[in-house]
Design a protein. Structure first.
Length: 98
């Protein structure tokens, strides 16, 4: 749920080390955020894209789904993501910027 450059790469490494199926920002050949946003806009659950290039199904963790500060899917569609995956656990990553 954090903003860009707030530790998502470290979280990704941690989850992979623990054996989780995790993606950072690319889901197959597309940005995860684009796949999620398109699914929501099409009236589908957030993680059920119809695009075969979007590999967003059967993933344990998504550590970054935005495309930078101009497209914060995790903020813009938070309610839809929470409704689509009510048992999800959200992790707010952050780091000291000084």
């Amino acid at each position: 749920l954090g903003m860009p450059k707030m530790g998502s790469t470290s979280l990704q490494s941690y989850l992979e080390c623990g054996g989780y199926e995790s993606v950072h920002w690319l889901c197959g050949g597309r940005y995860c955020g684009d796949c999620i946003e398109e699914a929501i806009q099409a009236g589908l659950p957030p993680f059920s894209s119809q695009d075969p290039k979007c590999k967003i199904n059967n993933i344990d963790a998504y550590t970054q789904i935005d495309r930078g500060p101009e497209n914060l899917v995790q903020v813009n569609y938070l309610h839809e993501i929470m409704a689509g995956v009510p048992s999800a656990t959200f992790v707010l990553t952050f780091r000291n910027m000084t």
